[in-house]
Design a protein around this ligand. Structure first.
Ligand code: UD1
Length: 416
């Protein structure tokens, strides 16, 4: 099993470029299943294990794929399947996003129940409720779920929670429904806007993405688009925090600054200097980390996917901070690992109380999930001595080339 070795103490200095967004490209790949005409071309595709898994799912369904450098060409004109097997779905929860396009296009979709990061139970009841309201019959069997519909009919769907995946999945199914569908209390994440733009490039009609009400006018056919994936706001935020925790001076390139507004605001509160320069953000840490309180919320609130990294940073704070996790019920698995490095963290339900310490020390630790792994890298970069991180495959699900990128700005990190 591979590990990452991080020797702390080096301030990160220089320029670091962000790749295309994992959470944008996965729904776009799923949406490529909608195109009955032409080949989809995607640019700025990050090299990630999750992308490979989604491509395997598409191949299994009959799609033809050409993947060169950071560009993918996908031909889904002749699909020959409507099911996704357990060995693929269990690797990645986002593979459930094939349900919406398949149900819409083929009238049937069957997937094994999803896996992915071990953060909470992560049900898909809202996805299924949406499909049901569009007229699909849903059967949940042992370990699988199947949705079928001869025709989908437009409807109004109120989501009890603004789930990102449910909004995306329902949006894609509704594209094929007769008439107009409205998703109320929809998720507002930038990745939702990106998916809506992609669908509109396919000849679809999605209005209101980025607000809590999305209106979808059904169509019968979609053509394959040419599209560039937005930059990864979580990767950007992670490198911004890497600059802060190492008292470094990093220019993070390929960023859409309005996508990281909440992260910038919190870093400024902590005392980190931030300058927005077009599509780059310069982050200068001075070693003083003021304590802050942070609550994770759906976008535009502070992202749950930045919570573990923020916790790593606050472990070095000059006082007591509190993090409240409201999105996932079991997302503190990095806490025991950070404690192994000398952090003072107490959890009470959804709250973590972090008492800053002057020094963290390197230790063997395990990444339980993707962002927990990123937090351990950040802690390792600031710790005295060597941190050996296992569970590297989790980290590689979401950070393209992270070792090389960090090495190039002065980090002492390698994969073993
Ligand atoms: C997406 C992101 C993930 C991020 C999360 C929240 C992708 C590929 N992944 O995941 O990185 O952490 O948004 O920003 O884009 N829920 C239900 N029923 C459902 C669906 C969700 O109860 O049917 C709950 C979940 O258990 C969770 C909350 O809603 O507590 C948020 O989940 P959701 O927004 O759906 O996250 P994902 O789309 O899985």
């Amino acid at each position: 099993m591979a590990t990452m070795l991080v020797r702390g103490g080096m301030p990160l200095i220089g320029k670091i470029a962000v790749s295309g967004a994992k959470n944008a490209v996965l729904p776009l790949l799923a949406a490529s299943l909608m195109a009955t005409d032409g080949k989809t071309r995607l640019e700025s595709v990050p090299k990630l294990n999750d992308v490979t898994t989604m491509l395997e799912v598409i191949r299994h369904l009959g799609g033809n794929i050409n993947y060169i450098d950071d560009e993918i060409e996908i031909d889904c004109q002749n699909l020959n399947g409507n099911d996704a097997p357990y060995n693929l779905i269990s690797q990645m929860r986002a593979s459930v996003l094939i349900m919406g396009p398949l149900l819409g296009r083929l009238g049937k979709a069957k997937v094994s129940l999803p896996g992915g990061c071990a953060i909470g139970t992560r049900p898909i009841d809202l996805h299924l409720k949406g499909f049901g309201l569009l007229g699909a019959d849903i059967v949940v069997g042992h370990g699988f779920v199947e949705a079928t519909a001869e025709r989908l009919i437009g409807n109004t769907i109120y989501l009890d929670y603004p789930s990102v995946g449910a909004t995306e999945n329902i949006m894609m199914a509704a594209c094929f429904a007769d008439g107009v569908s409205i998703i109320q209390n929809a998720a507002e994440e930038p990745e939702i806007v990106d998916l809506a733009c992609f669908i509109n490039c396919m000849g679809g009609r999605v209005d209101g993405a980025g607000t809590d009400t999305i209106v979808i006018t059904g169509r019968s056919a979609f053509r394959a688009p040419y599209y560039r994936v937005i930059p990864d706001r979580i990767e950007a935020g992670t490198y911004m925090m890497a600059a802060a925790i190492t008292a470094g001076d990093l220019v993070v390139e390929n960023v859409i600054p309005e996508h990281v507004v909440s992260v910038i605001a919190k870093l400024r509160e902590i005392g980190v200097a931030i300058e927005v320069l077009g599509d780059s953000v310069r982050v200068v840490g001075n070693g003083n980390i003021l304590p802050v309180d942070v609550k994770t919320l759906p976008y535009p609130g502070f992202p749950t996917d930045m919570q573990p990294q923020m916790m790593a940073l606050l472990c070095r704070g000059q006082g007591t901070s509190m993090i409240t996790e409201t999105v996932f019920e079991n997302r503190f698995m990095h806490v025991p690992e950070l404690r192994r490095m000398g952090a003072h963290i107490r959890t009470e339900g959804r709250n973590a109380i972090i008492k800053g310490v002057a020094n963290l020390s390197g230790a063997p630790v395990a990444a339980s999930d993707l962002r927990a792994g990123a937090a351990l890298i950040l802690a390792g970069l600031a710790a005295q001595g060597v941190t050996e991180i296992s569970g590297v495959t989790h980290i590689e699900r979401g950070y393209a080339d992270i070792v090389r990128k960090l090495q190039e700005v002065g980090a002492d990190i390698c994969k073993k």
